[in-house]
Design a protein around this ligand. Structure first.
Ligand code: ADP
Ligand code: ASP
Ligand code: MG
Length: 424
């Protein structure tokens, strides 16, 4: 018996017609004799609308958070998925398919207490496994679980991907198919670069970097779970005809397989380009160059949950003073400046400067481990287009470059073609 988990994103369930189309995909797999669990997102735009309502609701006097109470935020924003799981179950029933909807708390999907960005801790798959064994399709609301306080907890934006992979791991599914509005993972966002090529396969580590560095096709946590639990995960399109030839191919469905690097026969040096908008740079000028300065800066920022990324330090000629520059998400700049202000004396800097609206473009590829000169190629290509580099960070399998916002698309296109990624 084959067991599969199928996940459908917001655009795939955007209205009743699309939900009918999703039901046809599900029917194809049911007719093939497979046991099926389906994970759905809210209709596209719905979660944004719900978040907007929470943000617009009256505030407790003196509250300085954009939301009131994270538990009530979760109660509101998790509702979008409740609607689509019910509607898909109804639609499947009308097609004579035995189906039942499940909310996170009904399974239950246990999470930690980080409301709004909770992590899945444990899933009791026994009930749905039993029902699937009896021929019932489980239609599960993505993006949500049950916190230790017995309240609904949501998993962070894009979290239905993570629900799907976690459920696939819990029910020991043979495959997890992430259906979306593109037909696979591309060398870069195909909406920005029409020359982007679809990848047949991509290694877990590369997909993890792509997702962390801005490619929102999969939530980062879903890739981590797929890697740890060895879930065979495909990214594929829900917009293709559900009954077109090959759509039901068990071993080689159309789309991109996320897999171990050993499974990839022809490994390119560079696999893809990702970009993340809304980065900001903060510089502390004329710091005393002494042990403990970095700890004095980054300790308090970490305690305030500010995610610091690229760090660059310049030392003055006589070695007595230093400048420290680092990036944070644009949304965290004000908070970071406040924290640095509160710690000015302890850190001992002269002035703090900041600049928002920057973009981080990244070149990703496992092949970089064994090839020299990959970074130099990027620097030259960007220089030839007159794009100024503000900061650089590298790891074994990625190079990230910080540039001014208006150059984002040009930089992504330039890097994409300089590594020969453009389709012919
Ligand atoms: P869903 O609602 O199905 O979860 P998302 O909007 O979250 O869909 O993710 C799909 C989108 O990810 C695509 O429409 C595409 O614009 C974007 N994307 C970014 N980078 C890539 C990439 N490298 N390959 C494919 N899609 C990408
Ligand atoms: N509906 C949620 C969101 O928009 C979860 C998801 O789509 O994965 O973030
Ligand atoms: Mg998504």
């Amino acid at each position: 018996m084959v067991r599969i988990v199928m996940k459908f994103g917001g655009t795939s369930v955007a209205d009743l017609d699309r939900i009918k189309n999703v039901a046809r995909h599900v029917k194809r797999e049911v007719d093939a004799g497979h046991e099926v669990a389906v994970v759905v997102s809210a209709m596209s735009g719905k979660t944004n609308e719900l978040v907007g309502w929470v943000q617009g609701a009256p505030k407790v006097v003196g509250a300085n958070s954009p939301f009131y109470d994270a538990r009530e935020y979760d109660a509101v924003v998790a509702s979008g998925e409740q609607v689509t799981s019910g509607l898909l179950a109804i639609t499947l029933q009308a097609m004579d398919i035995n189906a039942r909807s499940w909310q996170g708390w009904q399974i239950p999907i246990r999470t930690d207490n980080a409301h709004g960005a909770a992590r899945i801790l444990e899933i009791d798959g026994s009930d749905i496994i039993k029902r699937m064994g009896e021929g019932q399709v489980a239609v599960i609301s993505g993006f949500q679980g049950l916190g230790p306080d017995n309240r609904i907890a949501t998993l962070g934006r894009g979290g239905s991907d993570t629900s799907a992979v976690a459920i696939a791991a819990a029910v020991k599914a043979d495959r997890c198919d992430i259906y979306t509005d593109v037909d696979g993972v591309y060398t870069t966002d195909p909406r920005i670069v029409p020359q982007a090529r679809r990848l047949k396969k991509i290694a877990f580590e590369e997909m993890l970097e792509m997702a962390s560095l801005g490619a929102k096709v999969l939530q980062v946590r879903s890739v981590e779970l797929a890697m740890v639990h060895k879930v065979r995960t495909f990214v594929r399109s829900s917009f293709e005809d559900p009954d077109a030839p090959g759509m039901g191919d068990f071993l080689n469905p159309p789309g991109t397989l996320i897999c171990d690097e050993e499974e990839i026969v022809e490994q390119e040096v560079v696999t893809g380009i990702a970009y993340a908008k809304d980065e900001a740079q903060i510089s502390l000028r004329r710091l005393a160059d002494r042990p403990g300065v970095s700890a004095a800066i980054f300790g308090p920022l970490a305690e305030s949950h500010i995610n610091v990324d690229m760090i660059v330090q310049n030392i003055s000629e006589d070695g007595s003073k230093t400048d420290m520059t680092f990036t944070v998400p644009s949304g965290d700049v004000d908070k970071a400046i406040k924290v640095l202000g509160e710690n000015k004396e302890k850190i001992g800097y002269d002035v703090v400067q900041n600049e928002s609206g920057l973009v981080k473009v990244s070149v990703i590829g496992i092949g970089m481990r064994s090839h020299a000169g990959v970074a130099a190629t990027a620097f030259k290509a960007l220089a030839d287009k007159g794009i100024n580099i503000k900061a650089i960070t590298t790891s074994e399998i990625k190079i990230s470059i910080l540039i001014d916002g208006p150059y984002a698309e040009l930089a992504v296109r330039t890097l994409h073609s300089c590594y020969g990624l453009d389709k012919n």
